[in-house]
Write a protein that binds this ligand. Structure first.
Ligand code: WT7
Length: 620
């Protein structure tokens, strides 16, 4: 795949007029009615709880010619929508196949019909436990069309996390693959009496004997269900879904242990669609690659919903991360807009910018990132490797969609998360002892990010835990648990999760600041920083560092890194101790698990590890 010659990075040879040019004007004149008008039509723009279905908005709407054209090129693009590629799926072996909008409509109709024939009704739960592949996307959209509430799970979850999540939401249907069923569900099936149907995709994982046609007892064959049902449009369920009806459950890790099941509604698609424009600038011609797994909210909000409501092509990679594989996909698929995570960016940086120069990624015109702080180095590295900076975006499972971002319409300040999107009312606040919330107006002061409820993708509950949900709100604000500063120009700067913040002598230190300083050293690949309590009741800043390939981690380097950090940060917040690790513990979505670093350091229980990413393969 790699070419011998170095390819000049000269992206954006084709340009588009960005959707959003003047952020202030867009914020000032903003109303969600305009987005409703476009997606639902004039008649429903002002209705209190209009009929609405994400499956319909993402797929069928394009066939009916209901998309609103904009400009000539866009009109052209929209006119051919049914034959446009909706999903372009790169197989594990690197072979891609495509589904156009018309095919996607037929398959999702078939699955929706099949569910209706099984007796499922609007509001019934369906879990999906399978890796990124065509059936996953077809099933999610088909289930939404049938009015089901869908929870996509990471295929890599073991039997225990699968059971925990099933018990929380008690779905009626589980869709999984034959091998995953055998390894993770079969033995404990009796413990899930609520599960009325298990639908199984007949796969053959390497190393498992092929047994075509022999499905486990008590399961239904996915392919047979599809083949046996009609591709015609699904008649509206007896009760068509409305904007406020539940569509998704997304599990997110609680810091303490039990996963939280955030509930999202159909109306959320208004937000996915609009933020797809403002933050990701999706246009009719785009080939968009969101690298997240749908087991994580990013993989559904932006891997599935936003690109499809926009009528563009969404790339799905069935394989796992590998720097050369990813450069190959960017090149071969002609990706134009790429949405990924800092952990992937760091891994690509680790492989070296020279590797990037072997691939022609010049179709790219926008790079964006989410999930963790994006260090200034990563923003700058984007320029080196792709000729483009990374645009950071900030949001949470609970917010359902992008809230704060370095939108193309704002000048990037490297290291900052950017500004609130149109329709997003954000503030830096302080919680008082009385439970009240005070908005901090002074620029540069650290506080918690708070959001005014009212954006369509806001979560509507934690399934089965009303109390926990209620505690997220105070004084008319949703409190995010993230600490940040806002500068005088309105840019937000991430400080840390409030649980991760370190109380050292007289200072509150966000681990990200210390980690960023360590990452500026050429030997450092990854850094995770925690507070370790000392005798005086304060915390000592301790760093865990993984070095780049070929670097020797030892006393000399430790001394050098301590001095490097001290020079950049000053003695008060520089780490006092550094330990080297071969890799840092991360969640499957790429976040450093500082909670685990701390637990291991202090010899405390490690807590819920279902989100822990298995260690990387040793380098060949
Ligand atoms: C937490 C949310 C991220 C969407 C998917 C679900 C951290 C997210 C950033 C960013 C610094 C970030 C926050 C947030 N986070 N984006 N751009 N810079 N931190 O994510 O699993 O619910 O996690 O991720 O701490 O609260 P999630």
């Amino acid at each position: 795949m790699q070419r011998g010659t170095l390819i000049r990075k000269d992206p954006a040879r084709w340009r588009v007029q960005p959707w959003l040019v003047d952020l202030e004007a867009a914020r000032a004149g903003f109303s969600w009615q305009a987005v409703r008008r476009e997606l639902l039509g004039e008649a429903w723009a002002d209705a209190p709880d209009p009929p609405m279905n994400i499956g319909h908005l993402a797929v069928d709407r394009h066939l009916a010619g209901g998309s609103v054209p904009r400009g000539d090129a866009q009109a052209q693009a929209e006119a051919t929508a049914p034959a446009r590629i909706a999903l372009r799926i790169v197989g594990e072996d690197g072979q891609p196949h495509s589904l156009d909008y018309a095919e996607l409509a037929r398959s999702t109709n078939r699955f929706a019909h099949a569910l209706q024939q099984l007796g499922l009704q609007a509001g019934d739960g369906l879990f999906v436990l399978c890796s990124r592949s065509e059936p996953l996307y077809v099933a999610v959209l088909g289930a939404l069309k049938a009015g089901c509430v869908v929870a996509p799970l990471f295929a890599a979850f073991g039997p225990e996390p699968v059971a925990t999540r099933l018990r929380i939401a008690q779905p009626k249907v589980l869709l999984t693959t034959r091998s995953l069923y055998r390894r993770k569900v079969a033995a404990q099936r009796a413990a899930f009496p609520f599960l009325q149907h298990v639908i199984v995709i007949d796969d053959d994982l390497p190393g498992e004997a092929a047994e075509p046609g022999r499905l486990p007892p008590g399961t239904l064959d996915y392919a047979a269900l599809l083949a046996g049902s009609s591709p015609e449009p699904v008649p509206a369920p007896a009760r068509p879904t409305r904007a406020s009806d539940p569509a998704f459950i997304h599990f997110t890790s609680g810091t303490t242990g039990t996963p939280k099941a955030a509930l999202h509604v159909h109306e959320a698609a208004l937000m996915h669609h609009a933020t797809g424009r403002w933050a990701l600038d999706l246009h009719g011609e785009d080939v968009f690659w969101c690298t997240a797994d749908p087991g994580w909210v990013t993989g559904t909000s932006y891997g599935l919903i936003a690109p499809l409501t926009s009528g563009i092509t969404s790339i799905v990679d069935e394989g796992e991360f590998d720097a050369r594989r990813w450069y190959g996909i960017l090149q071969d698929e002609g990706v134009t807009v790429w949405y990924t995570a800092p952990t992937a960016v760091r891994m690509m940086m680790r492989a070296g910018a020279e590797v990037a120069l072997g691939y022609d990624t010049n179709r790219l015109r926008l790079l964006a990132s989410v999930g963790e702080p994006l260090s200034a180095e990563a923003v700058v590295w984007g320029r080196e490797a792709f000729g483009l900076p990374f645009h950071d975006t900030w949001w949470q499972t609970e917010t359902g969609g992008i809230m704060i971002a370095n939108m193309p319409a704002v000048t990037i300040r490297p290291g900052s998360m950017g500004k609130p999107l149109p329709g997003v009312d954000a503030a830096i606040v302080e919680r008082g002892p009385d439970g009240g919330v005070r908005v901090i107006e002074e620029p540069g002061t650290q506080g918690e990010i708070a959001l005014k409820p009212g954006w369509p993708a806001m979560f509507r509950g934690y399934w089965g835990d009303e109390d926990r949900y209620r505690r997220c709100f105070a004084d008319g604000w949703y409190l995010t648990g993230d600490l940040a500063r806002r500068d005088a120009d309105g840019y937000y700067w991430f400080v840390g999760r409030s649980d991760d913040v370190i109380k050292t002598s007289g200072h509150l230190v966000g681990p990200f600041e210390v980690e960023s300083a360590l990452l500026t050293h050429a030997a450092v690949a990854e850094a995770g920083v925690i507070g370790r309590p000392d005798a005086s009741g304060h915390e000592i800043i301790k760093a865990f560092v993984a070095v780049k390939p070929g670097i020797e981690a030892g006393t000399d380097l430790r001394r050098e890194l301590l001095a490097h950090a001290r020079r950049r940060l000053g003695p008060a917040i520089a780490p006092k101790e550094i330990d080297f690790l071969p890799w840092l513990p991360r969640t499957r979505s790429g976040k450093i698990m500082r909670r685990l670093l701390r637990a291991r350091e202090l010899g405390l229980p490690e807590g819920d590890l279902s989100m822990l990413e298995p260690p990387p393969e040793p380098a060949p």
